[in-house]
Design a protein around this ligand. Structure first.
Ligand SMILES: NC(=O)c1ccc[n+]([C@@H]2O[C@H](COP(=O)([O-])OP(=O)(O)OC[C@H]3O[C@@H](n4cnc5c(N)ncnc54)[C@H](OP(=O)(O)O)[C@@H]3O)[C@@H](O)[C@H]2O)c1
Length: 258
């Protein structure tokens, strides 16, 4: 196959891509890679100034337009307002990446309040559901699109310290498979299931955690944020046009439970 044809598969020119949690970590690296591949990127997170900063940086680096939009994905009204704003501006969304997530620490399962439990489900599962529902319908009515849900290896290997998060991410994997049947034939939905990555979350890791990770990961280390990009580019682009309902594990081969 010709090299230019292969490059064309991954080309995102003229695509409008929304990334929740795009201001830092894995989301930021995905935004940067999408822009480098020609997309217009909507960078969303709770803090407007963080989105603005990320947008300016990526615009400077790539020359692509970035639209910063503040949105707390646990708030369905805010989700709807963000979608409306993007449609007002661009009249379409080609790719939605439900990446925003949070996994708060707790002393013990009994110390998890109802409020905290609901918040974890709200951000990691209910928000992605609302965004996928509203954007997916519009994609299906329009020129189609791709939805990418970022879950976690915790969805299939829950640890005692992250029970609500793991349950929410397991729900998100299930939602991914269900959405793959919902808006076809024009809309695909797939997932990325990361293992441990060196984002802000890793600043809290003790030496003990780092040593345990080295032992669990055949590649001997946690991932660097930019190492999520390959899977994201694949699922966002035409390269994955016959991939639907897949959940791609990006974790260095982590041997949980082996
Ligand atoms: N890093 C890992 O080891 C790892 C492992 C498995 C899965 N994951 C998953 O990968 C995704 C990205 O993780 P990360 O490590 O890159 O996270 P991160 O570095 O903590 O960044 C989180 C991003 O989400 C935004 N955010 C947080 N709460 C939000 C909310 N309620 N509404 C909208 N945006 C929100 C943050 O910006 P604001 O503060 O401005 O809102 C930020 O842009 C998450 O879904 C996470 O669960 C990460």
């Amino acid at each position: 196959m010709q090299a230019d044809k292969i490059a064309h598969y991954f080309d995102l020119t003229d695509k409008v891509i929304v990334v929740t949690g795009g201001s830092r970590g894995l989301g930021f690296e995905m935004c940067r890679a999408f822009a480098q591949s020609g997309a217009t990127v909507v960078i969303s997170s709770r803090k407007a100034e963080s989105c603005q900063r990320a947008a300016e940086l990526i615009e400077q680096e790539t020359g692509q337009t970035c639209l910063p939009v503040a949105c707390h994905v646990g708030d369905w009204d805010a989700c709807d307002a963000m979608v409306e704003k993007v449609y007002e501006q661009y009249d379409r969304i080609d790719v939605l990446v439900n990446n925003a997530g949070m996994s708060p620490r707790y002393e013990s399962p009994a110390a998890v309040s109802r409020e905290l439990f609901d918040k974890v489900i709200g951000v990691n599962l209910a928000g992605p559901f609302r965004l996928s529902a509203t954007v997916g319908e519009q994609m299906a009515r329009g020129r189609g699109g791709s939805i990418i849900n970022v879950s976690s290896i915790a969805a299939v290997a829950p640890s005692a310290s992250e029970l609500p998060y793991a349950a929410a991410k397991a729900g998100l994997n299930n939602l991914t498979e269900g959405l793959a049947h919902t808006f076809g034939p024009k809309v695909r939905c797939n997932g990325i299931m990361p293992g441990a990555f060196m984002t802000d979350i890793s600043t809290a890791w003790t030496e003990e955690v780092k040593n345990a990770l080295s032992a669990l990961v055949p590649l001997g280390r946690a991932g660097q944020p930019e190492e999520i990009v390959g899977a994201a580019l694949y699922l966002a682009s035409d390269a994955s046009r016959y991939t639907n309902g897949a959940i791609i594990k990006v974790d260095g081969g982590t041997a949980f439970g082996n």
